[in-house]
Design a binder for this molecule. Structure first.
Ligand code: PLP
Length: 307
């Protein structure tokens, strides 16, 4: 007698009986932070909480804790190219998020990759320096290449205030100067730009979508535990775009997600702790029909009143 499950799998040409639908795949290209607060780790956590599937190509290995970046090792750019090619041969990306690149050689590899894959949504977080530190996360030649070449291949650029100033030479201190900087980046080829106002007294973000500027006011969330907020914001936008949201909604929802994740920031180590990317899961009330049973943990029950 044939086992029905095996027949089904064999006929579909699939040797596994696992038949779940594939969630949108989001590719993160970034550096690794061993403390798990920023970079690839932040990206993958964010992508997971948004119901997408995260794959990643690592540009650099940082030596870092909550107390700051203590060293950076950048593997040969050919290794990054091989990681990207292996993934691209295998899966289709619903969106790509780019963070720390380390040096120009990696930035060139990513530009060539974007020319090959023609992805619909490419969010570029132009990481130049570590927040609250002097560590250089992209060398000077890389910054020049990013500002002249890479940004033209992306659908959204997400600089913070120091990054916007560095890339444009405009002193950014309020919404008007944010708009001037965003328009200058758009003139250089960025299709859309959102400047994050987290470094300003009133943390308004400004989105220039290529046609008009929109501001997204917010309240400053005072917390020492905000390490990785830039990575998280860009990844969250990439996921919202991957799941079909328009750009404005994606920015608004990502801003709300990051603010909540900072509010729930984790006290880890002796320095700046990470966001709680999973605050939504921890807040989730038990589903209807389940209740806590001390000796069994969370227990599904058809009749919650009887036990
Ligand atoms: N990517 C990596 C690997 C980092 O180590 C850092 C900061 O240290 C960043 C990105 C930028 O972090 P943030 O999101 O706090 O700007």
């Amino acid at each position: 007698m044939r086992a029905p499950v095996f027949v089904l799998c064999a006929e579909s040409g699939n040797l596994s009986n696992y038949n779940a639908a594939t969630p949108p795949v989001v590719l993160a290209i970034a550096g690794f932070d061993p403390s798990g607060g920023a970079g690839i780790a932040a990206d993958l956590k964010t992508i997971s909480t948004h119901g997408c599937y995260g794959v990643a190509a690592v540009t650099a290995l940082t030596v870092q804790s909550t107390q700051g970046v203590k060293g950076i090792h950048i593997p040969p750019a050919a290794n990054l190219r091989a990681q990207l090619d292996a993934l691209a041969e295998d899966v289709t990306f619903a969106a790509i998020k780019i963070g720390m690149l380390g040096n120009k050689a990696n930035a060139v590899v990513v530009a060539e990759f974007l020319d090959r894959v023609a992805a619909r949504h490419v969010v570029l977080d132009p990481v130049i320096k570590a927040t609250g530190g002097e560590a250089e996360l992209l060398d000077a030649a890389g910054v020049k290449f990013l500002g002249e070449e890479l940004l033209q291949r992306c659908t959204l650029l997400t600089p913070n205030v120091p990054e916007a100033q560095h890339l444009t030479g405009i002193e950014v201190k309020d919404v008007a100067t944010m708009e001037a900087a965003a328009r200058k980046l758009a003139e250089r080829g960025a299709r859309a730009v959102v400047i994050k106002g987290g470094h300003l007294e009133k943390p308004t973000d400004l989105l220039f979508d290529g046609a008009e500027a929109l501001s997204f006011p917010g309240d400053l969330v005072k917390s020492p535990n905000s390490h990785g907020s830039g990575c998280t914001f860009a990844s969250s936008i990439a996921c919202q775009l991957a799941t079909g949201r328009p750009l404005r909604d994606a920015v608004m929802l990502a801003k709300a997600y990051v603010a909540k994740a900072i509010q729930h920031g984790i006290h880890l180590g002796k320095g700046a702790g990470p966001l709680d990317h999973f605050y939504r899961i921890r807040q989730e009330p038990a589903a209807r029909g389940t209740h806590e049973v001390p000796q069994h943990g969370l227990h599904p029950a058809a009749e919650p009143a009887r036990h």
